[in-house]
Design a protein around this ligand. Sequence first.
Ligand SMILES: CC(C)(COP(=O)(O)OP(=O)(O)OC[C@H]1O[C@@H](n2cnc3c(N)ncnc32)[C@H](O)[C@@H]1OP(=O)(O)O)[C@@H](O)C(=O)NCCC(=O)NCCS
Length: 234
Amino acid sequence: MEAKEEIVSALPPQRDVSQQATQTTKSSDSVSPPQRFSTLRLIIEDIRAWHRLWYQSHWKDASNPPRLRRHWRECLGLVWAYSGLRATIMFRIGYGLKRRHVFILPHIIGTWNLILHGLDIPPYIDIGPGLYVPHPVGTVITAKQIGANVTLVSGITIGMRGEGGFPIIGDNVYIGAGARILGGIVVGDGASIGANAVVLKDVPPGATAVGVPAVIKFPARARETAPQGTGSPT
Ligand SMILES: CC(C)(COP(=O)(O)OP(=O)(O)OC[C@H]1O[C@@H](n2cnc3c(N)ncnc32)[C@H](O)[C@@H]1OP(=O)(O)O)[C@@H](O)C(=O)NCCC(=O)NCCS
């Protein structure tokens, strides 16, 4: 029972999928842009996402997580304990410097992120706030754009399929371990990608895609239970 609650707690916030079903296309313009946020704000939002999961899995109150300021010690503990959060913060710092047109340093930070945490994200990739990467090792991200509150579980590749562009990932998307998302495709808001799926076509908002090559297992649906095994920070 406790394990199930931990799994549920690791879900990114769910959206009303019935509304998402009406949205069929998505461009990089409609993904929550990180440019609206300062680097510090992006880092705070990432820590907030981790803190929400941690808080919910320890105190079981999913409805009303406390303000970060009252829990700064726990937040420092999360940064200390979880390589995924440290990797995310390193990426944000590199991204912030890149935005300020700092030369070379963002790429050095990116290289150290790869060496220290196994996370390979170039510093120019736009990723919205609330990024949750529980296990960064082996994850390679070269998306055109990634939205807010996205979960990348582990060992994920997002990038080109030969030639023809890079994927756009919407808001509140959950991507399971080992998934590959390839080519100039769009993964809609609230979609879930199964572990080890190879996604080569657009995924509609709220849909679940699984398999090799991935097929839509479920169109948009109201979910009663969370995707399994998101690796909540416990
Ligand atoms: C895709 C996923 C999100 C769907 O979760 P869900 O909506 O709860 O769906 P269920 O687990 O109930 O599975 C529903 C169906 O999809 C199939 N399915 C689920 N995940 C699948 C996957 N990754 N590949 C192929 N089929 C899958 C199930 O066999 C089941 O098929 P059936 O209806 O014919 O019996 C989830 O299964 C998943 O892959 N999560 C990733 C977990 C992960 O990365 N863990 C690593 C932690 S470190």
